[in-house]
Design a protein. Structure first.
Lengths: 610, 114
């Protein structure tokens, strides 16, 4: 019975997106908001039912009943497994939260915001469930186009327009690469179904065509996931989009690139990699590490709160890639839990920034110095968010991080645990520094950032400086924070994710489910409590984050000699790194081509050397 | 199968990207992107091509004539729609940027950076 509901998480929001503009012609703003909220909630309910239905055993849905006959796959399928359905649950939950938050965020709002959010939701849900490569591409584009438009929602302001342009151009190039690879794989295998592609290419060695297709898919998905050197569009877009949109973006939109990468790898490419899996994992983990460092450094360098959170998103995308890039079930399990909890947390932080903006009409850390004393509730959100982001045991993000660290150690990357600690010291420290400056007025005010341009953050349609925080803005932020933190206190959640990830990472079981229709039940996994080593790293990273925040606040009072040394060691490099984030789409696409050549070269070397 | 269509597709993709990277006019930039996207159309049609085969419309040709692969043609149509959507949206953004800043030169804009 629940099998028949599989298309609902896509159908419901798409119907809503189509109906809302018509409803808006006649009805008031409140009715439009109510209908949109009801549809998002219905999508959440449908996704939850799919999650519940697939928790015992994953299942497939063939559109029009075109199931495979004698091994020939003609139909189009949705494959529902707990990780995909779980991501759909998380996304629809974020959309519900964002819709509630937006009630008081926008002064005036037409149906357009809700239409685009629902279209994005439909794209995400479709991507989570898609069982073939071309529908995956189409849903990626549905999500993308709606997301580009949402970024440029403030159509009278130049900052968001340019950010939307950068986002759209880079991601469209990436989409073309995905489609190019899809075409090549279809030409080779005669099918678009992921399981059938996997079964076909597992028969032979990885020849040139497979290598090119795998490289193009990887680059395409890494651009979507904002992995260095493809990450440039993300800070522009996330700093410019309206805050209710950022809530959705930071939680799932970039993470979906990693989901798609993992899905395609584990269904289609895992078998053909064979002995080269280790080399591939090393490359992906290394790229993730570079991304995490760049993101954390840039995060610390920001004093615009939204852009700071955007770079925290980049840094943590790098950490997620370390988990996914291990290419084994333990890594996927850690990444899944980390993406879920960390995504909700970052969404809550974006909501908190939006409250600051709503009340104080600014998002610049230095200009806001001490002004946040009037907002104790928001301060609590910020500080709790900062320490949880740094990975305070035993809360959700800590557990996800600990699982990745353990998986990395088992896979022969023992440096990952201290490395992840350092990165979360950076991102957590940046948030805590901003919180101390804004809400407590600690540290001297610094001169404003030379990189600011006049047009940042202007959202002309919204009046600011209200004297009360609306409960519709505070409650969703608090709810997301509580879920993100609480997820670490429910061991069944981590166990469930581990058992789902074991299935997600098994291309053989996926093949049997899709091609032969054998829905095998999941195997139970029991993880046990986090190791004391992980707990130690967790506390170390929170302590480090507090120390970094303190140093950053008081750095202007340090003796001149120390300042000179630190400028000499870090200043030049940081300045060069910041100048690379030029905001020009031509530069971004040039980096994309360079990165694609790099990935292609690496693939050619590692995959053909057997 | 000749390698020529594949080489052409790769060339169109790269020349389009070259246009995007070097462009000094946003409309030119968007159309260059469209050129790059079009490479996938060439690739898809080339993959489905068969010598001396006809269009896969089984209205008056019987079922014995060889036809080209209809699947890639369906993909091509979908891809055209996707491409048009993206280009239309981008051109809207460009019109709006011109309205707000009075220029179409990406170098003359003052974007968010750092």
């Amino acid at each position: 019975m629940v099998e028949q509901l599989a298309p609902l998480p896509v159908v419901l929001p798409l119907l809503g997106a189509a109906a809302l503009p018509v409803i808006a012609l006649r009805a008031s703003r409140r009715v439009v908001e109510g209908v949109a909220l009801a549809l998002a909630a219905a999508t959440l309910a449908a996704s939850l039912m799919l999650l519940g239905g697939s928790m015992h055993a994953p299942f497939t849905y063939w559109f029009g009943g075109w199931a495979p006959r004698n091994g020939v796959v003609l139909g189009i399928s949705f494959v529902v497994d707990p990780l995909g359905a779980g991501l759909a649950v998380m996304t629809s939950g974020l959309v519900v939260g964002s819709f509630v938050y937006a009630i008081r965020y926008f002064d005036a709002v037409g149906a357009l915001f809700h239409v685009l959010m629902l279209a994005t939701l439909a794209g995400v849900a479709g991507l989570c469930l898609s069982g073939d490569l071309f529908t995956l591409f189409v849903f990626l584009e549905v999500m993308g186009v709606a997301a580009f438009a949402l970024t440029g929602y403030e159509i009278e302001a130049t900052g968001p327009l340019q950010a939307a342009l950068n986002f759209a151009v880079t991601n469209s190039v990436a989409a073309s690469m995905v489609l190019f690879a899809t075409g090549l794989l279809y030409g080779r295998t005669g099918t678009l179904n992921l399981a059938a592609i996997g079964a076909h290419i597992a028969r032979g060695p990885a020849d040139g065509l497979i290598v090119v297709a795998a490289a193009l898919l990887t680059v395409g998905f890494l651009v979507k996931a904002a992995i260095v050197p493809f990450h440039w569009w993300l800070p522009d877009a996330y700093a410019s989009a309206p805050t209710p949109v950022c809530v959705l973006f930071t939680g799932v939109v970039s993470e979906l690139g990693l989901f798609a990468l993992a899905r395609v790898h584990f269904t289609a490419f895992q078998a053909v990699l064979g002995a080269n899996a280790r080399a591939m994992a090393t490359a992906l983990v290394a790229v993730g590490a570079v991304t995490a460092v760049v993101g954390a450094v840039m995060c610390l360098a920001q004093d615009r709160l939204k852009r700071m959170l955007a770079f925290a998103t980049v840094a943590h995308a790098g950490l997620f890639l370390i988990g996914v890039g291990l290419l084994n079930e333990a890594g996927v399990a850690g990444a899944a839990l980390y993406i879920f909890t960390d995504g909700l947390l970052k969404a809550a932080l974006f909501m908190a920034v939006g409250i600051v903006q709503h009340r104080l009409d600014d998002v610049d850390e230095n200009r806001l110095h001490g002004k946040g004393r009037a907002l104790p509730g928001t301060a609590v959100l910020f500080v709790a968010g900062g320490v949880a982001l740094a990975g305070l045991p035993p809360f959700g993000p800590f557990l996800g991080k600990a699982m990745i660290e353990e998986a990395a150690k088992a896979a022969g990357f023992p440096w990952v645990a201290p490395f992840m600690t350092v990165v979360s010291v950076g991102t957590g420290g940046a948030i805590l520094r901003a919180a101390a400056r804004v809400f407590a007025g600690w540290g001297p005010t610094e001169r404003s950032d030379p990189y600011q341009s006049s047009q940042d953050e202007d959202e002309p349609e919204i009046t600011r400086g209200r004297d009360r925080t609306p409960v519709t803005m505070f409650a969703p932020a608090l709810a997301l924070l509580v879920v993100a933190l609480g997820a670490g206190l429910v061991p069944q959640l981590a166990d469930g994710i581990a058992s789902a990830s074991a299935r997600f990472a098994s291309s053989a079981a996926y093949g049997r489910l899709v091609l032969a229709g054998n829905g095998e039940p999941l195997h139970d996994v029991e993880l046990g409590p986090a190791t004391s080593e992980a707990v130690l790293y967790g506390f170390a990273s929170v302590g480090g984050a507090l120390a970094v925040a303190g140093i950053a606040l008081e750095r202007s009072r340090f003796p001149e000699a120390i300042k000179g040394i630190s400028r000499g060691v870090f200043g030049g490099g940081l300045d060069r790194l910041r100048r690379l984030h030029s905001g020009r789409v031509g530069d971004y696409v040039a980096w994309l081509v360079f990165g694609a050549a790099l990935v292609g070269g690496t693939f050619a070397l590692t995959l053909r050397s057997t | 199968v000749s390698a020529l269509p594949y080489a052409v597709a790769a060339w169109i993709f790269l020349i389009g990207l070259y246009g995007v990277v070097t462009s000094r006019n946003l409309i030119h930039l968007v159309i260059s992107l469209n050129v790059a996207q079009s490479s996938t159309l060439v690739l898809l049609v080339a993959i489905g091509y068969k010598r001396a085969a006809t269009a896969p419309i089984f209205y008056d040709i019987g079922t014995t004539r060889p036809v080209v692969d209809p699947v890639v043609q369906a993909l091509t149509l979908t891809d055209v729609v996707v491409g048009v959507t993206v280009v239309a949206l981008l051109l809207t953004l460009v019109v709006q940027i011109h309205k707000e800043t009075g220029t179409l030169d990406p170098e003359a804009l003052n974007p968010m950076r750092g």
